[in-house]
Design a protein around this ligand. Sequence first.
Ligand code: IVH
Length: 680
Amino acid sequence: MSEKTPEHIRKEIAGLVKELNDHSYRYHVLDSPVISDAEYDRHYRRLRELEEHYGHILPDSPTQRVGAAPSEKFEKVKHTEPMLSLDNAFSHDELKEFDKKVRKILNTNDDIEYTVEPKYDGLAMELTYRNGLLMKASTRGDGYEGEDVTRNIRTIREVPLRIAGTSIPDEIDIRGEVYMDIDEFEALNRQRADRGEPLFANPRNASAGAVRQLDPAITASRRLHLACYGLGSVKGARFTCQSDFMAWLSRSHFPIPDGMTMAKGIEKVIDEIRRLEKERGALPFETDGAVIKVNDFALQQKLGVKTREPRWAIAYKYPAHQGTTVVRDILGSVGRTGVITPFAVFEPVRIGGVTVSRSTLHNWDEIERKDIRIGDTVVVERAGDVIPHVVMVVTEKRTGRERMVPVPVECPACGSQVVREEGEVAARCVSLHCPAQLQEKIIHFASRGGMDIEGLGEKNVGLLYEKGFIRHFEDIYRLRKEDLLGLPRFAEKSAANLITAIEKSKHATLARFLFAAGILHVGEYAAKLLARNFRRLEDLYHVKKEEVLGIRQVGEKIAASVSAFFSDRKNLELLDSMKKLGLDLSNPDFPREKKSSLPLEGMTFVITGTLPRMRIEVETLIESQGGHAASAVSASTDYLIAGEDAGSKLEKAKKLGVKIISFDALIKMMEKSSAQQRLF
Ligand code: IVH
């Protein structure tokens, strides 16, 4: 189809892609946009329209960052050059030792030229470009073989899909770190704590979690960043030193580490490290040290590699920020799902320039494991700028007057009885009338990933609860502008905006709603899977655990929770009353009638029995043609593909009147497309 695109349209598309990528670079890497967001959007929409109309999509088009379907697993990727790790130095003396060794091997007394870069605490990544185009992104893995995470890495706006500028190597592997800002990390952990999910220990784990998602849409929803610092294999270009390479990276629109410098001689290196350490508190991301590299590539070559670490580089690790203080109290806060999370209140203490007066204790098992008592003297650590945590109790300081804190029997917010199920670390308030839970639930319901009601955040929900306008969940949909006008913080415009946002949310998609509803264990991805398989909210009413379990990638815990949620009479009443108040989720997440060039667009298939191809191949084929492969037969299944020895799914399909077809008939349905020839 793309060949038929008229020349002037091709030109316009190429121009728009280039222009949009340029603006995106200015916005995301340089932090200095030259056009307004609205203008950017206008160009973007124009590009999308042209692409859809002519089917002419360039590989580096900004529209191609998101939108890939979830995958089953990550393929393995061999690194052309192994990805090494770094030796550590924990003191200035160890740095001097390193420098001595370098000069000994190079047989020189002269000062060596080094680069000094902040050490990012994230996930190492290799980006492979061929003729300037991003072909592959892979994780470090064991250093020799990593995982193909291209579709996820493409969603990071700072990753160039095409190398900018004129000096473009035929092939180049660029190494860098994918990382997360501290704000994003903390917000993510707050969200997880609310859901009773285990917390990420540091931004590195959180970044790794975000990159290793099977659904690129989830990676895209986390704001990840990139900093490039290394060269792997390269063909068709030559770089002579690290600083020239970094300058080339920067010219070619790759983000490079903030505050990197050069220094001649180890004393100057130490000065630069001191400077970086002073500046680190002001950075939005965490750095856990500085990386020192011999600048000259020829010297690097001479120095060579130990087993897994180069002799030409070393990581200097900052000492962790620690302090000791006394635990004044241990209290609990109630999250959306009723989980009561304990936190410690300290005698305020300055650690690394910040006053710390409380820290989460994660859960009640953790208190027991670390044996933390009220009155204890504890060591508190802030790794970088991240939330402080208790490292250990200084037991020598115990006087005998310390008090152990039992798991609460009453909810600190509403006083109802707390339950703690066998094998669960969480203590939970199960009251339906707990105001803390209700407020947290509503905040989650309205959040960006949920119903996206702007203006219904923590403060306003607290205010509306306090003033009595929200007492039940569905009260959100009873709010009127007049209610808001009398409240502090609300004027005519802000009140009208909130009401409009609430109205708009009534027509959210089913996937959004299922996530927003706050069903235990149902995150954004599970919500999408449920929406794909059930299509209508009503189809989920009284759903059996087994039916949910039939969905690929949905496990026991989610299935049990979904079934319990939709069997609860009170929940169903709530859903019905929200519908009466105008909630209408008929807006399709996965439209059936969308005009599309893909022959199976919008259709759901289930496979049963033995087919002439491996099941996974058939599923991949269906999805590559726009269809969806589900594993359980339900009313929303369009076709059952039945092979030999078909079992209970066939019975069920017959009962529900689902069309039953053979594998050959499936292939016929796709005949319009040529893609199948490529796959089979
Ligand atoms: S250079 C052989 N530079 O730290 C060179 N690494 O502890 C290896 N890292 O695997 C990497 N910031 O993931 C280099 N400016 C930087 C870095 C950096 C963070 C990570 C990288 C590496 C790990 C080693």
